[in-house]
Design a protein around this ligand. Structure first.
Ligand code: CDP
Length: 246
């Protein structure tokens, strides 16, 4: 049976926002795999912008200089190599920024760069162009509110501070000290929520999913149900797959 192509792929977009380590990237990645879509984690762009400013020696507190640098820099997103990957790599002026995005100096500098309105305008424009391809899970802080206000599905993932810090500590190689991760998590969250330019807030029409008590698998299942209920094409695909596998 041939699948009827969706007349408007642009309508096939899911916006996922949430604080540090709320599960949005892990859930977004798995959702993209299940739906055969791409994952666009917009955090990589703010991290790449931070890396660019650091390597060019621009002081992160000099807002105008950072915004000027980012305006002059060329950001490119390209599908990650590997047939199974749903993720994207980010290049700045032709250099792959991906291996540098989790460096401690990027981790601590990114909320400063992400709070610069002149940087956000440029990033949002690239993100909207990228998302126009459709069939994409777009993850970030302002996706449902600013980047894709018309997305057919918006989710806001959350979890208690302690759970989020525990997850982030476990992710770090060899395990990190939970108390210091909790402090760092709180600091970044406070800056993301408190900034003037596009603070982290829940879109009025977003579905909230608290993952504190859920395993990753349960969170993914819950998110998948939400998407399939709201984007009819994905429900039809699922029905076709189930029928075919019988
Ligand atoms: O994975 P994690 O939640 O730790 O961070 P991330 O999604 O990679 O985002 C890193 C930082 O970029 C956030 O703390 C925000 O300051 C900023 N960001 C943003 O302002 N807007 C977005 N759409 C995505 C990220």
């Amino acid at each position: 049976m041939t699948r009827t192509p969706n007349p408007d792929r642009r309508q096939q977009l899911v916006a996922i926002d949430g604080p540090v380590a709320s599960g949005k990237t892990a859930v977004g990645r798995a959702l993209a795999q299940r739906l055969g879509w791409k994952l666009f984690d917009t955090g990589i762009m703010y991290r790449a912008a931070t890396w660019q400013a650091l390597r060019k020696g621009v002081h992160l507190d000099e807002e105008d200089s950072v915004a000027d640098l980012i305006r002059e820099s060329k950001f490119q997103l390209s599908p990650q190599p590997g047939t199974d990957s749903v993720e994207m790599d980010v290049f700045v002026d032709g250099d792959d920024a991906t291996p540098h995005l989790r460096r401690p100096e990027v981790e601590s500098g990114v909320p400063t760069v992400a709070a610069i309105a002149g940087v956000r305008v440029l990033m949002v424009q690239i993100q909207q162009e990228q998302a126009a391809q459709g069939c994409m899970i777009v993850v970030g802080r302002d996706i449902g509110t600013v980047v894709l206000p018309d997305a057919p599905v918006k989710m806001f993932l959350d979890a208690s501070e302690e759970v989020r810090a525990r997850r982030r500590a476990a992710e770090q190689n060899g395990g990190a000290d939970e108390a210091s991760v909790l402090r760092a998590t709180r600091r970044r969250d406070a800056r993301d929520r408190g900034r003037e330019a596009s603070p982290l807030t829940v879109a009025a029409d977003a579905i909230r999913l608290d993952t504190s008590e859920l395993t990753l698998e349960e969170a993914i299942d819950a998110a998948e149900t939400i998407v399939r209920e709201r984007i009819p094409e994905t429900a039809e695909e699922e029905a076709t797959r189930t029928t075919q596998s019988r």
